[in-house]
Design a protein around this ligand. Structure first.
Ligand code: X2X
Length: 348
C-alpha cells in the first residue's frame, strides 16, 4: 500500500511539473519600421516580455510586414490560424477579420483623444475584444497609430474642393477609397511598402498617416503641404494567437499581459507627445525616464519647410458634410450594438 501511495504521489508530481513547450522565438508582425513610434512600441514590448518572464518568452518583431510579404491586411487571419504568433497592428488592418473595427475609421467621428480613450476603455472596446476572442485572437492592449493627417506635394488643402483630383495613396481597406472618392480625389490603394516607394518616386500626390510614421519617413522630403484635420485615428491592438495563448501557464500569461499594458502606455505616449499639451510628454519623462527627440511634431514639420494647415471649425463642417454619405453607408455595415456603444461611450 505504501509503495503504491509513493508511486501515485510521484506520478502526480510529474504531471504537475510538466512544462509547456515554449518556442525559441515568438514572431510578431509589424507593418512599419523600427524607427516609427509604432515600431518602437513593438521593441518595447519585446524587451518588457523578456524582462518580466525572465527570458522564458522571446518575442521578435518582424518589421515592414516581412512575415506577410507586404500584405498587411492578412495579419489577423495569420495570427488567428497560428501561422504568426502575434501582432501589434492597426485596427484598419484587422478589419477583414473584425469589420466592426471600422467604427474607428468613420470619417470625422472620433475626433479627440478623450473620445478615443472612452471608446477603447468603454463598452465599444469590450465588444471589439470579445469579437476578437471569438475569431481566435487574444487581445492584450490598445496602442495607437494616431490621428491620420493628409500630406501632398501639390497644394494647400483647406477645404474639400482642394482635395479634388489629387492622387492619394490609401491603405487597401474599402472605407478609405470611399472617403477619398467622396472628396473628389483619385485614391489608389497600396500596401505600406509600395506606398513608401510611391512617395519617393512621386507616383502619387499625397497620403494620410499619423506623425509617428511621417516624422521618421521624413515626409517633408516629398510633400510640402500638410493638413492636420484629425479626420480619424487608428488605434493599435496588441494581440496573440488565442490557441497558443491558452497553452501558456498562468504566470507567463500574467507577465506578458503586464508587458503589453506597459508597452502600450509607452507607445501611446510617443504617438501623442506634443499633440496633447504636456500630458504625454510628462508620462514619457516621469514613468519611462524618456526624453522624446521631437517634442513638438508640428513645429518640426514647419522647420523642415512644410506648410501645416490646422483645420478651422468651418472647414471641419464642410469636410464632414462632404463625407456624410460615406459615414451613413458605413455605419450600416457596423454592428448596431457597437455603433450605439461608441455613441454612449463618447457621451460620458
Ligand atoms: O498602411 C498604412 O497607412 C499604415 C502603416 O498606417 C497602416 O498600417 C494602417
Amino acid at each position: 500500500m505504501r509503495l503504491l501511495a509513493v508511486a501515485f504521489a510521484g506520478l502526480f508530481l510529474a504531471a504537475c511539473s510538466h512544462k509547456t513547450e515554449l518556442k525559441r522565438e515568438y514572431r510578431m508582425q509589424v507593418v512599419v519600421g523600427p524607427t516609427t513610434y509604432w515600431g518602437m512600441g513593438a521593441a518595447k514590448f519585446a524587451e518588457l516580455v523578456a524582462e518580466k518572464t525572465d527570458g522564458r518568452i522571446n518575442v521578435k518583431p518582424y518589421y515592414g510586414s516581412q512575415l506577410l510579404k507586404g500584405a498587411q491586411l492578412n495579419s489577423a487571419q495569420m495570427v488567428s490560424s497560428g501561422a504568426i504568433d502575434l501582432a501589434l497592428d492597426s485596427t484598419i488592418n484587422v478589419t477583414p477579420v473584425i469589420p466592426d473595427m471600422n467604427v474607428f475609421a468613420l470619417p470625422f467621428f472620433v475626433n479627440t483623444y478623450e473620445n478615443l480613450d472612452r471608446l477603447e476603455d468603454g463598452e465599444t472596446g469590450r465588444l471589439i475584444f470579445q469579437a476578437m476572442r471569438q475569431k481566435g485572437l487574444m487581445p492584450l492592449a490598445w496602442g495607437e497609430n494616431g490621428f491620420r493627417q493628409l500630406t501632398n506635394s501639390k497644394r494647400a488643402v483647406r477645404m474639400p474642393g482642394d482635395v479634388a483630383g489629387l492622387r492619394i495613396r490609401v491603405v487597401g481597406s474599402p472605407i478609405f477609397i470611399d472617403i477619398f472618392r467622396a472628396l473628389g480625389a483619385d485614391p489608389v490603394n497600396m500596401n505600406w511598402g509600395d506606398a513608401v516607394t510611391a512617395f519617393q518616386q512621386g507616383v502619387v500626390d499625397g497620403q494620410e498617416n499619423p506623425v509617428g510614421i511621417l516624422l521618421p519617413l521624413q515626409i517633408y522630403q516629398y510633400h510640402r503641404h500638410a493638413t492636420f484635420w484629425n479626420y480619424l485615428a487608428d488605434p493599435l491592438v496588441l494581440y496573440w494567437c488565442r490557441k497558443e495563448w491558452e497553452s501558456f501557464p498562468a504566470d507567463i500569461q500574467s507577465a506578458v499581459q503586464a508587458a503589453a499594458i506597459e508597452a502600450a502606455r509607452f507607445e501611446k505616449a510617443l504617438c501623442r507627445a506634443g499633440l496633447d499639451g504636456e500630458t504625454s510628454l510628462t508620462i514619457l519623462r516621469k514613468e519611462f525616464g524618456y526624453e522624446i527627440e521631437v517634442p513638438d511634431p508640428v513645429a518640426m514639420l514647419n522647420e523642415r519647410g512644410m506648410e501645416v494647415e490646422m483645420l478651422s471649425a468651418d472647414a471641419r463642417k464642410a469636410f464632414q458634410s462632404a463625407t456624410k454619405p460615406v459615414f451613413d453607408q458605413w455605419v450600416g455595415k457596423i454592428d448596431p450594438a457597437v455603433y450605439k456603444a461608441a455613441l454612449d461611450d463618447m457621451s460620458k
